[in-house]
Design a protein around this ligand. Structure first.
Ligand code: SAM
Length: 336
């Protein structure tokens, strides 16, 4: 972040427009400096959410097809850059950006060309997108525009859609998943391709969201503190909802795979998780006396998003240890 170049008034205006829910009404990018200020601040936070989602895809062993990437509603272009950073610019045939703002497309193209000089970068909408990236666009679309966008998404080969982890965004993504799941393989976050378990009776208060982690350095960085104070933002919290679908077939996950939703609630002798698997979305309990070292990690906030559990009723009775848990266990015993 370069404080000298940040237009704080522009950021305050953007934040106000977002909070008032009026961002969809008209193009709010006034000049390239607006985009640069956004790119150094809000877009960084969105980039950490993308890193979380892309890391999840890597853990799942998913790789993109060799095709063109379209960043729809690109803003400053953080989604396209995060994707290319993760998979490599040489794994795709090019990057296309699209936004209702031509200033945004110019900014996104310029920054992508600088970062990936070998890559073909252009703007505009193809008839049918190949790898479609969508990031933080839902709150700016009317229901009719969302409907139209879902029709466009249906034409894609792959869609990676990242939104704020709010109730409204999550429920909209779930509705889009329900509408399109017969045409795609569902890759993430769902460990199954059936109807979303959040939609089951009794789960009305839940939504599908997860938490990305910001780089630890920002908590001691005075520039990020200034940003957080001025914008009224809690730097620690990065809630994210996302949906990844692919037209290519995909092997089903094991019936023992669970996706943890939200944060675990930790009590004295047990932890409670809301988790999703092919049997639905339910609360599960991990008891300290069953899994002392795992419980200790959970207390520290170390919970791998995907778990392999055996359960009896609501109680977790078996955990198939994953590599990251083994590493956590080693850390744990080293610090004792
Ligand atoms: C909150 S910004 C997100 C930008 C970027 N995707 C990111 O994650 O940082 C939303 C973007 O969607 C664009 N947008 C809003 N409505 C749009 C529409 N109907 N068609 C295309 N772009 C739109 C805005 O101009 C803005 O750049």
């Amino acid at each position: 972040m370069n404080l000298e170049t940040i237009d704080w008034q522009a950021l305050e205006r953007l934040r106000h427009t977002y909070l008032a829910g009026t961002a969809g009404n008209a193009d709010y990018w006034r000049n390239l400096n607006d985009l640069d200020s956004y790119n150094q601040t809000f877009a960084q936070r969105i980039g950490w959410k993308w890193d979380y989602v892309l890391e999840d895809l890597q853990q799942l062993g998913w790789t993109p097809p060799k095709a063109e990437v379209l960043d729809w509603g690109c803003g400053s272009g953080v989604a396209g850059r995060a994707f290319l950073d993760q998979f490599g610019a040489d794994t795709v045939t090019g990057l296309r950006v699209w936004d209702r703002s031509s200033l945004a497309m110019d900014f996104a193209m310029k920054t992508a060309r600088k970062r990936f000089p070998e890559l073909s970068v252009q703007s505009g909408l193809p008839e049918a997108p190949s790898i479609l990236l969508l990031s933080h666009v839902l709150t700016e679309l009317t229901p009719e525009q969302t409907d139209e966008l879902a029709n466009f998404v249906a034409k894609a080969e792959v869609v990676i859609w990242v939104e704020p982890g709010t109730y409204e965004s999550s429920l909209t993504l779930i509705a889009i998943r329900e509408r399109l799941r017969s045409q795609f393989s569902v890759i993430a976050p769902c460990p199954h391709a059936e109807q979303c378990g959040i939609l089951a009776p009794g789960n009305e208060r839940h939504w599908c969201h997860h938490f990305a982690s910001p780089p630890p350095g920002i908590f001691t960085d005075p520039d990020w503190s200034k940003f957080a104070n001025l914008m009224g933002i809690d730097l620690r919290s990065l809630p994210v909802s996302y949906l990844v679908m692919d037209k290519r077939p995909r092997a089903a996950m094991s019936a023992e795979t669970y996706r943890v939703i939200g944060r675990a609630r930790v009590y004295k002798a047990h932890a409670q998780f809301l988790a999703c698997n092919r049997c639905g979305v339910k609360e599960y309990e991990l008891h300290k006396r069953d899994f002392a070292s795992v419980f200790k990690q959970v207390k520290k906030g170390n919970v791998a998003p995907l778990q392999e559990w055996q359960v009896t009723g609501e109680r977790i009775t078996g955990i198939t240890t994953r590599a990251d848990e083994e590493a956590a266990d080693e850390d744990d015993s080293a610090s004792e």
